[in-house]
Ligand binder design. Structure first.
Ligand code: ATP
Length: 273
């Protein structure tokens, strides 16, 4: 055994980029409400891409919102780089807001129709939480051109409004907005499922390129296990607000242990061949 292998085996585990511990959340009053998160724990390690899959209503979107600091759990803890994000005031969330980006399913609802593309994309730079991060007007303009080019949008269209773009282009605008602060972590909630089938592959390829070029850590919610296999190296399977199976994607896909995982995989038989 080499010296480095000995050192590795005794080294403490690095602090995860994001860590959820024992999250519980109960919502709604009708008929007793619903346990949306149920003692859920998840480690998102630096540079790893986790596919979060599960039946509809299993709590995937809620977990993403809690990880992004947008929803509070009833109990449990969320740590970003080892520090709790719960109980911090909005002004104390600058690191999370700059370094953890969220892309949602439907760009029609996530983009403000009254805001030009330029304003939409650069708005996170002007956020009071990130005061001072934006730089000069010229720096903001340069960053806009850079990030639009990166996501395959023509910077000459920056003055237009979201309705003037196709669904795929609108999702590119949402991705540019998410990446403008140069985050290290991307939380994506079914980012292609609202798009026409014809443009899904293009947007997925763009995400794959960006994630790999920037070495992003990612949590990617999807119904589509084929997409998850394409983008992720770990998978976590949810049911009734809990993670019922997780681990290395190749292992889980090859040898699923939980009934839900087996059913999800059986729904896309071609990926098991
Ligand atoms: N504000 C709320 N009040 C009451 N129930 C809610 C609220 N938000 C979500 N829920 C319920 O919590 C459950 C989990 O919702 P969530 O959107 O997190 O699931 P999901 O796994 O992302 O589902 P899908 O795959 O259909 O998007 C659902 O049953 C949903 O109806």
């Amino acid at each position: 055994m080499s010296d480095s292998a000995v050192a590795d085996s005794t080294a403490p585990e690095p602090v995860p980029e994001l860590e959820a511990s024992h999250l519980s959340l109960h919502l709604g009053r009708s008929r007793g409400g619903l346990q949306v998160l149920d003692d859920l724990s998840l480690k998102v390690r630096t540079g790893r891409r986790i596919g979060l899959v599960g039946e509809s209503g299993s709590g995937k979107s809620t977990l993403l919102r809690v990880l992004a600091g947008l929803q509070r759990p009833d109990s449990g803890q969320v740590r970003f780089r080892g520090r709790s994000i719960l109980g911090r005031r909005p002004g104390q969330l600058a690191d999370l807001r700059a370094d953890v980006a969220l892309v949602l399913q439907d760009p029609r609802s996530s983009l403000d129709p009254r805001m030009s593309v330029a304003r939409t994309i650069t708005e996170p730079l002007r956020s009071p939480v990130l005061s001072g991060a934006a730089g000069s007007r010229e720096q903001v303009r340069q960053r806009l051109v850079q990030v639009m080019t990166e996501v395959g949008l023509d910077p000459a269209t920056a003055g237009r409004f979201p309705h003037e773009f196709s669904g795929g282009q609108r999702q590119r605008i949402a991705i540019a907005r998410a990446l403008v602060t140069r985050p290290d972590v991307l939380l994506a909630d079914e980012p292609v499922s609202a798009l026409d089938v014809s443009v899904r592959a293009q947007v997925l390829n763009l995400l794959t390129e960006l994630v790999s070029a920037r070495n992003l850590t990612m949590v990617f919610v999807s119904h589509d296990l084929t997409v998850v296999r394409h983008l992720c190296d770990e998978v976590a399977v949810m049911q009734h607000g809990a993670i019922v199976e997780s681990g290395d994607l190749a292992r889980v896909y090859a040898d699923p242990q939980h009934r839900v995982t087996r059913e999800l995989l059986a729904a896309v038989p071609r990926i098991r061949t």
